[in-house]
Design a protein around this ligand. Structure first.
Ligand code: KG4
Ligand code: ZN
Length: 350
């Protein structure tokens, strides 16, 4: 497939980050270049509540969206008429938040007549690895680890996913954040807990059970209870010995990573394929270190594209446009399993 590159605007607003980006995709070689990207994080808005407040999040997206849009086009010197398509996250995510991105995209569509692709947020995370590693081609296994999702998917092509395993309750990012909260590390404390754990030697004073090893799927709600009990039991040591907190952070990080490794190992033993790790928790250094120690072909996107961003959404839309797919209508899907995409886009085989 040859021709001029495809230039796409991506819009992300599924949770607490407003992200916009323009990505250019070469048709033949499949190389992608991020021409510009802007992001507004809402962490400081939600941290006093200890979690994302959906109503506040959607109002903040509404405020940020037009400002970021202007900033992006000013920075890149491009105009809507320079684009070939728009991609917008339609799910999974918070309904009110998704609605802001979708209505903004619809407005742009009316004014520009550009095709607008509904993008699945999880497919965005998965394909962010292909965006950065042009030598990476399906089939491969993707471990998606974010604040809302923990799953292993077999990736056989654009829109072609088979779920191998997913969490039965909490996500790995949630386990990091809730544990961090119990240790008094603020919200979202995943990265803070990881940073603290990295300052500690192996935590031998504290023990956490390995939960869910034998059951199907990941499970983290039991871990949360175990951490809560451990913190209560050791309240005095934690209050007086700063190294104890770091050691406990180490033990918690170890338990979360151990469960991710255990299920991934089982799948990679059956299918000897490359591994992609994506979603916010893939920013965890110890997780990538342990995965890379065990497997040769591990692909992790750069830090800025591990967490939510507009570039991954633009890239997915560009890939569908390049594949000649006609965009189905925009419809919010707060729950949207990635394995339903084949039917949705009509790309089940080939
Ligand atoms: O993908 P993401 O930005 O948003 C969702 O779609 O959920 O993921 C956010 C999650 C949060 O739970 C955050 O604490 C976690 O990723 N996270 C980390 C690290 N950086 C971000 N968890 C562990 N270690 C990190 N370094
Ligand atoms: Zn995400």
């Amino acid at each position: 497939m040859t021709g001029p590159p495809i230039r796409v605007l991506g819009i992300e607003s599924s949770c607490d980050e407003t992200g916009l980006a323009i990505v250019e995709l070469e048709r033949g070689a499949g190389r992608a270049t991020v021409q510009g990207e802007v992001l507004a994080s809402q962490v400081s808005l939600h941290e006093r509540y200890g979690g994302v407040v959906p109503e506040l999040a959607s109002r903040e997206h509404m405020r940020n969206m037009p400002v970021l849009f202007d900033e992006l086009f000013r920075k890149t010197g491009l105009a809507l008429s320079d684009l070939d398509a728009i991609g917008v996250t339609c799910g999974p995510g918070l309904k009110g938040c998704l609605l802001i991105g979708v209505t903004f995209a619809q407005g742009l569509q009316v004014g520009s007549r550009l095709p607008v692709f509904p993008v699945n947020h999880i497919e965005g995370h998965i394909l962010s690895a292909e965006m950065h590693y042009p030598d990476l081609t399906p089939p491969y296994i993707a471990l998606i680890v974010s604040g809302g999702h923990t799953e292993l998917q077999l990736v056989e092509g654009l829109g072609r996913y088979t779920c191998l395993s997913r969490t039965r309750d909490d996500a790995a990012g949630e386990a990091f954040d809730k544990s961090a909260n119990l240790l008094g590390l603020g919200y979202p404390g995943g990265a803070v807990l990881a940073g603290l754990a990295d300052t500690s030697a192996k935590g031998e004073r504290f023990l956490l059970p390995r939960i869910g090893r034998e059951m199907e799927g990941f499970s983290y709600s039991g871990l949360k209870t175990a951490v809560s009990l451990l913190v209560k039991k050791n309240a005095t040591i934690l209050a007086h010995d700063p190294s104890a907190r770091a050691e406990m952070a180490w033990v918690i990080q170890d338990a979360i990573i151990d469960s991710l490794l255990h299920k991934t190992r089982k799948e990679l033993a059956v299918r000897k394929l490359p591994l992609v790790v994506c979603g916010g928790v893939s920013a965890n250094k110890e997780l990538s270190r342990r995965l890379r120690a065990e497997w040769k072909h591990v692909y992790v996107p750069p830090l800025t594209h591990c967490v939510d961003n507009g570039a991954m959404i633009a890239y997915v839309a560009a890939r569908y446009q390049a594949a000649g797919v006609v965009p189905p209508g925009l419809e919010l899907r707060s729950r949207w399993p990635v394995e339903e995409l084949g039917r949705f886009f009509g790309v089940q085989s080939g």
